[in-house]
Design a protein around this ligand. Structure first.
Ligand code: ADP
Ligand code: MG
Length: 240
């Protein structure tokens, strides 16, 4: 579904991504691990063009999305993104947060968008919060709404950037459970996370990033039980 070919990203003189190659197949769950500053967020942000890579190709649904002729807005509609800090619109209710992009960007009829939103809210277990404002929700609830909002666009792939890192420990599970369910339903996902349990249980592929490179990638069993590199082992020893 997504082929990342030799992408590079610089901020000023600093090379933050140094020739990254990565494939994400349909239905695959890719967990991206690595120390702070290794380029994980930048990689995700390049995939949905929040950052423009300096070099390389990103093929998404058979099109190079770095090509100038490619419509960034269409690409973004098909790639859902969930951030560490939820990024909900504070002045809108939960329901309004979820229907705003489908109605404004995709021109879905309001009643259809509402029906869809209610279905999705039910899936994430928050139907009763449809008229609440974000400030009235717990962190875990906010993140489940952020996931619902992304799903409302019916994306082909979902990108998660440390979706549980800002949550109190007791709220991590409710968010991971929603993500597991999505994975079981066949959603294609790339997840930057320090939740090794989630990666072991749910991921088909684990990618370990270090200093702008993908140092190693493989099935969870190999990466966690038998890492090739000392850097990977050192990192895992710290987070496990
Ligand atoms: P990670 O998500 O793995 O912690 P990031 O992708 O956020 O890493 O950052 C990688 C490096 O790029 C860091 O050194 C960070 O300071 C730098 N960086 C990220 N975004 C920017 C930016 N917009 N401008 C300048 N430097 C940035
Ligand atoms: Mg990050």
């Amino acid at each position: 579904m997504i082929q990342i070919k030799k992408i590079k990203k610089k901020f000023g003189n600093i090379e933050v991504l140094k020739e990254i190659d990565l494939n994400i197949s349909k239905g695959e769950i890719v967990a991206i691990l690595g120390p702070s500053g290794s380029g994980k967020s930048t990689l995700l942000r390049c995939i949905n063009l929040l950052e423009q890579p300096n070099d390389g190709q990103i093929i998404f649904n058979d099109e190079n999305i770095l090509n100038k002729k490619c419509d960034i807005n269409v690409v973004r509609q098909n790639i859902g993104m969930v951030f560490q800090n939820f990024n909900l619109f504070p002045n809108m209710t939960v329901l309004e947060n979820i229907i705003v992009a489908p109605t404004k960007v995709k021109k879905v009829k309001k009643q259809d968008a509402i029906n869809d939103a209610l279905n999705i809210l039910d899936r994430v277990g928050l139907l009763d919060k449809q008229n609440a404002y974000p400030s009235q929700l717990s962190g875990g609830q906010k993140q489940r709404i952020a996931i619902a909002r992304a799903l409302a666009m019916k994306p082909d792939v979902m990108l998660f950037d440390e979706p549980t890192s800002a949550l109190d420990p007791e709220m991590v599970k409710e968010v991971l459970d929603v993500m597991k369910e999505l994975a079981n339903e066949g959603m294609t996902m790339a997840v930057v996370t320090h939740e090794i349990g989630f990666a072991k249980e749910v991921a088909n592929k684990v990618v370990f990033m270090d200093e702008g490179y993908i140092l190693e990638e493989g099935i969870p069993q190999d990466i966690f039980n038998n890492p090739k590199y000392k850097r990977t082992k050192q990192f895992l020893d710290k987070v496990l």
